[in-house]
Design a protein around this ligand. Sequence first.
Ligand SMILES: NC(=O)c1ccc[n+]([C@@H]2O[C@H](COP(=O)([O-])OP(=O)(O)OC[C@H]3O[C@@H](n4cnc5c(N)ncnc54)[C@H](O)[C@@H]3O)[C@@H](O)[C@H]2O)c1
Length: 262
Amino acid sequence: MKVDLEGRVSIVTGAGAGIGKAIAKTFAANGAIVVVNDIASTGEATAQEIIADGGKATFLQCDIADRAGVDTMVANVYRRFGRIDILVNNAGCGAKPEHRRPIHEFDHDEWQRLIDIDLTGMFYCCRAVSPGMVERRSGIIINIASIVGLVPVRRQIAYAAAKAGVVNLSRAAALELGQYGIRVNAVAPGSTLTAGTEAIFYNPEKKALADSLISHIPLGRVGTPQDIANATLFLAAPEASYITGTVIVVDGGWTAGFARDW
Ligand SMILES: NC(=O)c1ccc[n+]([C@@H]2O[C@H](COP(=O)([O-])OP(=O)(O)OC[C@H]3O[C@@H](n4cnc5c(N)ncnc54)[C@H](O)[C@@H]3O)[C@@H](O)[C@H]2O)c1
């Protein structure tokens, strides 16, 4: 898919790896100037790959759960580029494997860590970019949620709650910001093959687990970061100018229903 993002100043959080990296590279390949954010220094490699491919990118490191850090990052972008056209709130994480437990055993600190990153961090980023967007009467915000925010899974109580929050944060912000020409949407990926999910679900030693998960996906395969980047690109495109307050589910049909004979 080719869309016109020429010169659009875009921030992609958590773009040092996985889905965020695919989004950053896809946006740059469609003409956007990409501010690659990550808590890790891996964001620099993403920015360098984009530049090597002929695109425009710069790396700004910060933890999105650190409010002051987010405000500084956004101020830097305004200083450097004068505006922010698109925010893709992608940075996020699930519970560490050792913390995947039912609610009656779920660790309090892990709960707080996930709410801080997966929900509050996304709020900080939306909050920081939106005054400038309101002033310019234009802007696009895309929040990466999860199907787990729509249909919960077991042993991921904090992630399920945070991602459900992201879905309604997106809808509520769309209600408030629509009058200023700002569109806010969410993308809800299903299981997507990244380094993190490969280690937990899809490595060859866990073939039975992978097969079992994939058996719930009508299209018979796990998603790729590019599948998610394509939906995100569409929501950022001028062609999506009448779409706001919605969630695009990209899950191979997983949440369409009960994928078993009845
Ligand atoms: N992979 C999946 O199966 C899947 C499914 C549904 C939703 N998601 C969502 O997609 C998004 C990306 O997931 P992914 O699988 O690509 O993850 P990933 O772990 O491969 O990459 C996430 C990136 O975000 C960065 N990051 C983490 N915490 C951060 C913070 N506080 N501040 C800034 N950067 C931070 C990491 O350093 C990493 O580079 C997340 O919001 C995740 O919840 C992923």
